[in-house]
Design a protein around this ligand. Sequence first.
Ligand SMILES: Nc1ncnc2c1ncn2[C@@H]1O[C@H](COP(=O)(O)OP(=O)(O)OP(=O)(O)O)[C@@H](O)[C@H]1O
Ligand SMILES: [Mg+2]
Length: 571
Amino acid sequence: MITGHHRETPTTVATLDDLAPLADYSLMDTLNCDPEGKADGADHAPRQVFSGHYVPVNPTPIENPEYVAHGKRLFRELGFADSMAQSSDFVRMFSGDLSRVPEPLRNVGWACGYALSIYGTELYQQCPFQTGNGYGDGRAISVLEAVINGKRWEMQLKGAGRTPYCRGADGRAVLRSSVREFLAQEHMHALGVPTSRSLSLYVSKTEQVRRPWYSEGSRSIDPDILISEPVAISTRVAPSFIRVGQIELFGRRARKQEHPQAMEELEEIVLHVIDREYGDVIDQSLATAEKVVLLAREFRSRLTSLVANWIRVGYCQGNFNSDNCAVGGFTLDYGPFGFCDVFDPQYQPWTGGGQHFSFLNQPAAAERNFHSFCLAVRPLLAGHPDCLRQLEEIQSDFPKVMQAQMEKMWATKLGLDAFDAALFRELATLMMQTPVDYSLFFRELSSLPDDIEPLKKSFYKGRTYATDPEGLDNRWSAWLIHWQSLTRAGTREELSRQMKLVNPKYSLREWFVVPAYQQAADGNYALLRELQDVMTQPDAEQSEDVEKKYYRLKPLELFGVGGSSHLSCSS
Ligand SMILES: Nc1ncnc2c1ncn2[C@@H]1O[C@H](COP(=O)(O)OP(=O)(O)OP(=O)(O)O)[C@@H](O)[C@H]1O
Ligand SMILES: [Mg+2]
């Protein structure tokens, strides 16, 4: 039976005409449009948006688009034919030209405003009007929602041109940053970490923009040159793109009673995100205040699990502001992110990020974002002291829940039944002092070595190691014996298999990605495709050739190189 929104997907969606009937623009149809928004979406200059949940905006297509890549797994999951990614009408739509899409697809998309808190501090300075009314999707424009096999997906172009929130910038994304986000999203998904997904990536053969960047081999902290780079549009998909910052925008307006509908708009956006992201766990018939409490509890659970997973796979988000924190509890915005090589609790690839977004401080950064979230939804609990008290408890227990998730994660990574603080402390100390390559170390450990020889594959034998190799080796041997005495009972094969599932063999290190986007800028996509292939099966052993190229220490000469070991904000 095919009814309304839950019509069945044809086995294969091969054309835009097949996709069109699956469209269901629930956000545009149920939330509030900015009353000053233009129906034709020709709204591309910075301006203040005082109310409403979204602004209609039509994307600005890139000139002469060329196919670069599509998310093959996602295509399969959606029942999309691979050939569609290179068909002219699909390319046209997902490179930003909505003018000729078949009905009921619409030829305007939408952009949303959001607020910004950095590490829990509410900010307005980043808005060109200093009011917060001009900050939001500056270059991200959603173009479609579709219900496919009973699941709702929002499809959002990134780099699709200026919106009212562009803050005077060009609304474009360069190929470099688009390749990075495209590869990282599908890699994270394959690592079992919740994330927005990659649908497609198109580059312009003729249009370029200038961006500050690093000269070849530069060791400068900040970019030292301006380079011209091809522009690109990538499309990402998720059940929604609602960020903590978005709830905050409406929370701030409600708190300050900025306009008569402020409280209503806050409630509407919160109910919307519940429906999109938590529909299966929050009972639709409850009152709003009760729903808010459940939302906070569920979000806390997803967010703490997400951050523990980031640390499991060696990922640092880099810029974990409230506007880069999805309420659905998945990874969003692969800007100045990085997968670490050396284990370093303070690893932070983004030069502008400071220590608060560094690798092992991500639990604390998540807590700040969670506080911003709780503050934003509070106005909905006025008059419900019991719910308010529950919210406060959920908020104050965040560190406890986070800590439990971290301990569980470390225990699984180490093949233990329970976290052992002393064992972990000594390991962390050794990993820092040696130092070791994070993913190589845990992968080698997953083979359950009898002595430390195999683990030494992960050692960066620099000056520190050289000063006292024997002393360090002895401490490693003692640690290994201690570890062996604590590992989970059962067969060795089973333990090793379980550990390998959480300790991936391959991770998307920046020095793999750099040559891939450099070659892509010259129209050669071979390396990008190879990385896409290798990094979407990160747990698998793969071929000897792949192992030789991608399972190894970072060459010492690449440490400290700008644009690879560290980067400035990277649009
Ligand atoms: N080239 C650009 N033109 C217009 N706005 C931009 C541009 N680059 C960034 N912005 C806006 O600046 C803000 C901060 O940028 P940030 O790097 O967090 O986001 P982003 O990478 O553009 O997007 P997202 O969070 O959607 O993945 C965002 O609101 C973003 O839309
Ligand atoms: Mg962002």
